[in-house]
Design a binder for this molecule. Sequence first.
Ligand SMILES: Cc1cc2nc3c(=O)[nH]c(=O)nc-3n(C[C@H](O)[C@H](O)[C@H](O)COP(=O)(O)O)c2cc1C
Length: 173
Amino acid sequence: MTITVNTISVETGDARALRTALGRFATGVTIVTTRCPSGKLVGLTANSFSSVSLDPPLVLWSLRRNAASLQSFTGSRSFVVNVLAADQEALSNRFAKPSADKFEGLDYTVGLNGCPVLRDTLACFECRLETEIEGGDHLIFLGRVERASYREGVPLIFAGGSYCRPVQLEASA
Ligand SMILES: Cc1cc2nc3c(=O)[nH]c(=O)nc-3n(C[C@H](O)[C@H](O)[C@H](O)COP(=O)(O)O)c2cc1C
């Protein structure tokens, strides 16, 4: 079998190749939500979520600086990370494109600080914003988890620009 290794010159700004390389790192899929001071509910699909620390409980995610929802998140002191299950691809697509009201007709509860908590997700982290960190063309939100929940189920995976479902490997002897 021949394996082709693609080397990328980052200096020449081959953004597409860099994106392809980064896409080799599989992630889960989340919808991060918040409530603006005006009461408007805002949310977007994000796979930049990562756990940071257990003690204290800290998580992060990053938002594109030119996203329509940027001001809503910088203007709010809290956010909720809703982790999607394998059958929630349609929900992911709904929150991955601009819309006047992404929550219309959607089932959610009101969580801490008034932020929307989506129903039937695999896990949920209700966070208080600790700090915002400059991250180039993204803004990184570091949050302290104030409440968390989870259920049994299979996570939705995003890898190589596509949605996937995980396959459990047999334990090696
Ligand atoms: C699987 C997936 C993961 C995404 N992850 C992020 C992310 O981590 N940060 C981000 O800014 N946009 C991410 N996006 C794109 C946003 O969901 C999309 O730009 C959305 O329209 C932003 O919401 P807004 O237009 O209401 O600001 C992702 C999209 C998909 C499909």
